[in-house]
Design a protein around this ligand. Sequence first.
Ligand SMILES: Nc1ncnc2c1ncn2[C@@H]1O[C@H](COP(=O)(O)OP(=O)(O)OP(=O)(O)O)[C@@H](O)[C@H]1O
Length: 276
Amino acid sequence: MTSSDPRSPASAAVDDPTIRLSRLSVRYGRGRSARTALDSVDLDLNTGVHGLLGPNGAGKTTLMRVLATILSATSGEVRLLGRDVRHERDRRQIRRQLGYLPQAFGSYPRFTVREFVGYFAWLKEVPSRRAAAAVDRAIERVGLADRADTRMKSLSGGMLRRAGLAQALVNDPDVLLLDEPTVGLDPEQRISFRRLLREVGADTTVLISTHIVDDVAAICHQAVLVREGRVVLRTHPSQLERLGESIGSTQDGTSALERGYTAALHGRDVPSGVAQ
Ligand SMILES: Nc1ncnc2c1ncn2[C@@H]1O[C@H](COP(=O)(O)OP(=O)(O)OP(=O)(O)O)[C@@H](O)[C@H]1O
């Protein structure tokens, strides 16, 4: 986004990173049953592909939902594209520039792929004169052009995931949030997905939540490790790999990256990571 971009509002803080979280906390429930999902997270992210890694329950989906502006912070500040998500007007503007693929999304079984992606173009207020071309382009980018008129209920799991990615991309977002995007993709689809994300990440801030550490090595410029609601490390994936190599090989079939990830998660020093 540039300052001459018509979507660039006068009120947006130009020097902000694309994503800025300051002391972000999210708690679910109240009283004795309250659970802290995110605990005073500080995180700045800019253009590039960032991989969010962490064990089950670490807070990844919660973080994604806050960034997607569908879940409010309990405390702390969330700024996207220079705007504060607490303000209704800013939220609406952010949503026009946001793409989000949740872990599970409504399947809209009777919609064709084109109708499904078109519906999200409408929700995101893509101008009607550009919408049809934007829908076709998004469907083509995810490799579903030959299925554009197929109903969603007839798609395989991997194709559904790709249709989900198409809706996330249809507005050419400045921020793209993908929660477990490669689940259900076959190896060939995963390779083309990685290629697409590398391309998108050249001028977009992409955050991918995943358990597949190989995806992080293949696509991401940065790995962000989350544990028990806190960001414990930001580092280049190759540094995790180096850490894993220094630990030595094991007989359990894990890769150096997986070993490095597990060790870093449990507090081992990573060569030149950016500790939080
Ligand atoms: N709606 C909810 N109500 C109560 N607690 C919740 C809710 N959603 C998440 N939690 C709790 O918040 C914590 C973080 O959950 P979250 O789903 O963000 O983790 P995650 O890292 O995405 O996990 P996974 O890898 O299993 O998807 C967990 O302890 C979870 O049990």
